[in-house]
Design a protein around this ligand. Sequence first.
Ligand SMILES: C[S@@+](CC[C@H](N)C(=O)[O-])C[C@H]1O[C@@H](n2cnc3c(N)ncnc32)[C@H](O)[C@@H]1O
Length: 242
Amino acid sequence: MQTYLKPGDVVLDLGCGRGQDMHKFAAANVGAVIFADVSDAPLKTARDRWLEQSYAYVAAFVQLDFTKPGFLDIGGLSLWSNRSRTVERTLNARAPFASVVNFQLSLHYAATSISSLRATVQAVSMAMLPQAFLLVTAPDSGVIGALLEHPPPEDSSDLFRVTPREDVIATPATGFPYVFEMCDGFVSPEVLMGVGDLKTVCSEVCALQSSVSHCRTNLNTSLGRIWGHTQEKSCPNRGGRS
Ligand SMILES: C[S@@+](CC[C@H](N)C(=O)[O-])C[C@H]1O[C@@H](n2cnc3c(N)ncnc32)[C@H](O)[C@@H]1O
C-alpha cells in the first residue's frame, strides 16, 4: 500500500471494516479518507478508533452497499478533523475525487457474477481522478478453487477450510459461493472472484472510462502465499491485524 499512496491523497476505502488500514493511511500522510462499509457496527468501531488517534488526515464515515446501483451518489461529504473535531473541508462526490480506491478483502463480495463485478468497478471508476489507483486484495481464487475441487481429508489439521455453499459440482469460477471456516471457529460466507475475470473487467472499464488515463494491473497473490505458509503451522490464537 505504501507504494501507491502519496501525501495528500484522497482515499476511498470500500468495505473498510473496523478501519484496519487507518494507520497505513496516516503513515503515508494522505490528506483525506472516506471510510465506507455496508455494516453499521464495524463502521462505528472504525470511527471510534479513528477518533482515539490524532491523525493529520480528515475523514468521513459512510454507510453504503457497493453492490447497489448509484452507491456513490452521496453528493457533498463533510470531512472531519479528529484534532479539532470540526468539519475541515467538504467534498463533492459527484465529481471524480479519489486518488486511491481501496478494496482490502472486500471487492470479491461484489463478484456474485461478472456483470455485478463490472457494475461495481465501473461505478468506482467514475469516482477516480486521472492516474488514480484501484488497490484490491482478495482471497486467491487459484488456491480456493483448487481446495474446493479437491478438498483435503476431513481430519486434516489445516488452519482453514473451504466448502461449497451449494451442491454444485463444477469448476469454481467467479460468482461461486463458498464458506470459509477458520480452525478457531470463525466462519464467513464468501464468493470466489477469479483473478483473470477481475483483470478483464478492469481492462474493459479502463477502455470505457476516459478519466482513468492510466491502467495497469499488478497482481498481488501474497494472501495465497500466506495461507500456504500458515497451513504448515498449527492454529494460532486470534491475532494478526487489528
Ligand atoms: C473481510 S472484511 C475486510 C475489512 C477490511 N477492509 C480489512 O482489510 O480488514 C470485509 C468488509 O467488507 C464489507 N462489505 C461486504 N460487502 C459489502 C458491500 N456490498 N458494500 C460495502 N461493504 C461491504 C463487510 O461489511 C466487511 O466489513
